[in-house]
Design a protein around this ligand. Structure first.
Ligand SMILES: C[S@@+](CC[C@H](N)C(=O)[O-])C[C@H]1O[C@@H](n2cnc3c(N)ncnc32)[C@H](O)[C@@H]1O
Length: 293
């Protein structure tokens, strides 16, 4: 099983996912209906290749004022992540009384404190943010996608795009006697590559065009499916183990499964687990995801 590259339109060509592999006390293809801190207790250290998740952060009023223990969660994820594994943490800030919460930054510092390095601060731009006035500020249209890594990431399958000048020769643009400084002499005349890595700003549709699964929208805050696909492809290979500690409607499970990765998750709400399981039932027999736009 392999994916044929990781261009924006890459197609996963086959899958060999094993049903319900047990990783110690963890079963794959399962969402544990519990606080993720409880799931951590079931997990062996160094188990997971990648976690991709979006925490409940500034929604705490929906959880009866329950303190979100980000330090404990970051420490738990550090212990459970393989050396070279990553956590993709998708988080935005609310504005409360005209003041941004900066929760995203508090989380980033907590992950660094737990031992992770902040490998890449990516941005997820919403093509179609919810229309709102926002007073004397611009419309809020992005969230952070932090890549926290346990050391140097062991896997990186970058997404690429065509370059404008692919095949042409690198020229010197000397504007001073010392040269411009950004084209070393030895590179002059070298052929420009036809592909380059995309930059770290990713744009996705949100709302009803972000998933074809109607049932997923019974959850109020789902990931765009394409976001999860792109990140899983980038940081894992087939057969790797992907975890989501806040599984919600099961977007991570769907993408991981259809990309031939093993997966499991935690979700504290039994209602959301039911929604996710019902959403996933359509896909668990299916092998691989067609290329999505
Ligand atoms: C932002 S939503 C995640 C949505 C998900 N990415 C999706 O695509 O559907 C956060 C979820 O975390 C769950 N949650 C909150 N605290 C939790 C905890 N301590 N352990 C597990 N799940 C938790 C909430 O019930 C909520 O469904």
């Amino acid at each position: 099983m392999h994916c044929n590259g990781n261009k924006r339109s890459a197609i996963c060509v086959s899958s060999g996912i094993e049903p319900r592999l047990a990783f110690g006390m963890i079963e794959t293809r399962k969402i544990y209906t519990e606080n993720c801190l409880e799931t951590f207790k079931r997990m062996a250290d160094g188990l997971v290749d990648m976690t991709i998740t979006s925490p409940p952060y500034d929604d705490l009023r929906d959880y009866n004022g329950y303190h979100f223990p980000v330090e404990e969660i970051a420490a738990g994820l550090f212990a459970k992540t393989k050396p070279g594994g990553v956590v993709i943490w998708v988080v935005g800030d609310r504005t409360v009384n005209g003041d941004e919460t900066l929760t995203s930054f508090k989380h980033a510092f907590a992950f660094r404190e737990a031992g992770f390095r902040v490998h890449d601060t990516m941005i997820y731009v919403k093509n179609n943010p919810i229309p709102s006035d926002c007073g004397k500020r611009y419309r809020q249209a992005f969230e952070y996608m932090f890549c926290f890594s346990k050391g140097q990431p062991k896997t990186f399958n970058p997404m690429t795009e065509p370059t404008k000048s692919g095949g042409q020769k690198i020229k010197a643009f000397r504007i001073t006697e010392a040269g411009r400084g950004n084209v070393p002499d030895e590179d002059i005349g070298r052929e420009i590559k036809g592909e380059r890595k995309v930059n770290n700003i990713f744009a996705y549709n949100v709302g009803t065009s972000s998933s074809g699964d109607k049932i997923a929208f019974s959850h109020p805050a789902i990931f765009p499916e394409k976001l999860v696909e792109d990140q899983i492809r980038t940081w894992t290979n087939t057969g790797d183990l992907v975890y989501d500690c806040f599984m919600g409607s099961g977007t991570t499970a769907k993408a991981a499964h259809l990309l031939g990765r093993n997966w499991f998750g935690s979700e504290i709400s039994a209602e959301y687990v039911q929604i996710a399981n019902s959403r996933l039932s359509e896909y668990l027999g299916r092998e691989c995801m067609p290329a999505s736009a």
